[in-house]
Design a binder for this molecule. Structure first.
Ligand SMILES: Cc1ncc(COP(=O)(O)O)c(C=O)c1O
Length: 402
């Protein structure tokens, strides 16, 4: 591209979101008439529940057209405070310790810019959500990856954490339940991590965007409630996108110690100002309104997860763990590597993903996008009918490999 040299140097440090790029590719293929089944999606396939839509319409009718307070309307911050206290063991955040942003990704970005100086290190357990390392790099800081293997359930061990801490450590990012693995930390595991963290002084960014999408009766526990003594060092990120099928409304938030929240607010006042006013009113209805639609979605995800995990584990060369949360499975494809079909050799997870796209017309995300080569991520935010159809396509394609 012409004039590339005129772009800011910081752009050279980051790559675009692999999942967002794949989303674009799937749209383009469908536009060409390809009958594609996409397991690459990171959003619920449900509509936003009716009562939330109605609240947005009512907000428009009542004239909610103007700027609001930068950190969000008081009603929404009070609703977040109420909801969080209920779900996080009674640990309370006042309205001025909450900043509502344009989605959880924006809340994470505000935190990165607020907390990180150049050369600071941020510990990121992998496999990890694609945006954590790139946001860290945009701040000139350094992501320090800790590989969390499948044997450990893709979860960070206290020993590995201890081994990664240095005088440069500025923050640790924990995502539970995790995108891309669906792995969820128990209270005991969080307690062990807190025990290590106590001896040092770094921020802990806890991404709980999937905390209501939990299965098999597993109880989601927040680091906040497990280690309330660390409250002054913990920033919790959450939002309505996944739980309430509201990805396009763009509402997420951070609950953080007052000084951090105020810094995020100052930063946001110079970028987006408030998140969209109508969406804020919709988010109030989501948090305070009936929760049955959410429970219905959760149960539906659970049955899809069971079907997808069983189907994948029934295909030779593929295997995956049963995840406890979110709506992803993380599939080990090492059994396919080195195999070929019609002159195509599957050398790595990117090759497997490309081959599935071309051959089976099935879109998945390569694990290397999440810092975990040898895996692919499949989302089950897809109907049972499409799951069955997609599984058959994958199984048929795999049969042709030798
Ligand atoms: C772990 C994780 N955090 C944050 C986000 C961003 O959510 P939002 O749509 O609210 O920006 C996502 C979305 O995929 C995610 O998977």
């Amino acid at each position: 591209m012409e004039n590339m040299h005129l772009l800011a140097k910081r752009l050279a440090a980051i790559k675009p979101s692999a999942t967002a790029m794949l989303f674009g590719r799937a749209i383009a293929l469908r536009a060409q008439g390809v009958d594609l089944i996409s397991f690459a999606v990171g959003e619920p396939d449900f509509d936003t529940p009716r009562h939330i839509q109605a609240a947005a319409k009512a907000a428009i009718d009542s004239g909610a057209f103007r700027y609001t307070a930068v950190s969000g309307i008081r009603e929404l911050r009070d609703a977040i405070s109420y909801d969080s206290k209920k779900r996080r063991g009674g640990i309370e955040h006042a309205a001025d310790e909450i900043v509502v942003s344009v989605g959880a990704k924006h809340a994470l970005f505000n935190l990165a810019l607020t907390l990180l100086d150049p050369d600071d290190e941020v510990i990121i357990p992998t496999p990890s959500y694609v945006s954590y390392p790139e946001q860290v790099r945009l701040c000139g800081a350094v992501p320090l990856f800790i590989e969390c293997s499948e044997d450990q359930g893709f979860l960070l061990s206290p020993e590995a954490l201890k081994g990664a801490i240095s005088e440069k450590t500025k923050a640790l990012v924990l995502c539970s339940p995790s995108n891309p693995t669906g792995a969820t930390y128990s209270a005991r595991q969080l307690g062990a991590i807190a025990e290590v963290a106590r001896a040092y002084n770094f921020w802990i960014i806890v991404d709980e965007i999937y905390s209501r999408l939990i299965y098999d009766g597993f109880e989601h526990r927040s680091l906040l409630e497990v280690a309330p003594d660390l409250r002054d060092r913990i920033a919790v990120v959450d939002g309505v996108s996944k739980t309430y099928a509201m990805t396009g409304w763009r509402i997420g938030w951070v609950l953080a110690p007052r000084a951090v929240a105020r810094a995020c607010e100052a930063l946001q006042s110079q970028s987006t100002t408030n998140p969209t006013t109508v969406s804020q009113h919709a988010a109030v209805a989501a948090l305070l309104g009936p929760q049955e639609p959410t429970e219905h979605m959760r149960k539906t995800f659970e049955s899809r997860r069971n079907r997808l995990v069983e189907g994948i584990n029934g295909i030779g060369g593929l295997s995956c763990l049963m995840p406890t949360g979110a709506f992803y499975i993380f599939v080990n494809v090492s059994g396919l590597l080195g195999k070929s079909a019609a002159g195509v050799r599957l050398s790595d997870d990117a090759a497997v993903s490309e081959w599935l796209l071309q051959k089976a017309k099935v879109a998945v995300v390569p694990g290397s996008a999440f810092g975990a080569a040898g895996y692919i991520r499949l989302s089950y935010a897809v109907s049972l009918e499409l799951i069955d159809k997609g599984l058959k396509r994958i199984a048929d394609a795999v049969k042709e490999l030798s």
